[in-house]
Design a protein. Structure first.
Length: 122
């Protein structure tokens, strides 16, 4: 479980650092992939930055329940991108599907290790 947690968090960090930096710089590379800057793309950058910051924090404090919550939200949004974008061939859709596959393996490992403890409320 622990190894896969670190793999998923490392993927988040390694993928999101250049994306967030390029978005902040308003790079033409970002324009090609995500379109010209709009308020919606600014919101997307904020979401990416949030995932990056939480991933860095969890790298040093890998609480399985917190990691599971982060990865579950990511898997849901990544698996819905083919439908919201409207095609499978877009590079962001492809990377989202690959990353979600890794995160699903991590989630399965977390569940296999701590199982029902994830769902306890008290």
């Amino acid at each position: 479980m622990e190894t896969m947690i670190y793999v998923s968090l490392a993927i988040n960090i390694l993928v999101l650092i250049p994306i967030v930096v390029l978005m902040a710089m308003k790079s033409p590379i970002v324009d090609k992939t995500w379109g010209v800057f709009t308020p919606a793309r600014g919101i997307l950058m904020s979401i990416y930055l949030s995932i990056l910051v939480v991933s860095v924090f969890l790298l040093f404090t890998p609480a399985p329940a917190f990691v599971a919550a982060l990865l579950l939200v990511q898997v849901v949004y990544k698996l819905t991108t083919p439908f919201t974008v409207g095609k499978l061939s877009h590079p962001v859709v492809i990377s989202n599907l690959v990353i979600s596959a890794v995160h699903i393996v991590t989630l399965a490992n977390i569940y296999a290790t701590v199982g029902e403890l994830l769902f306890q409320t008290s």
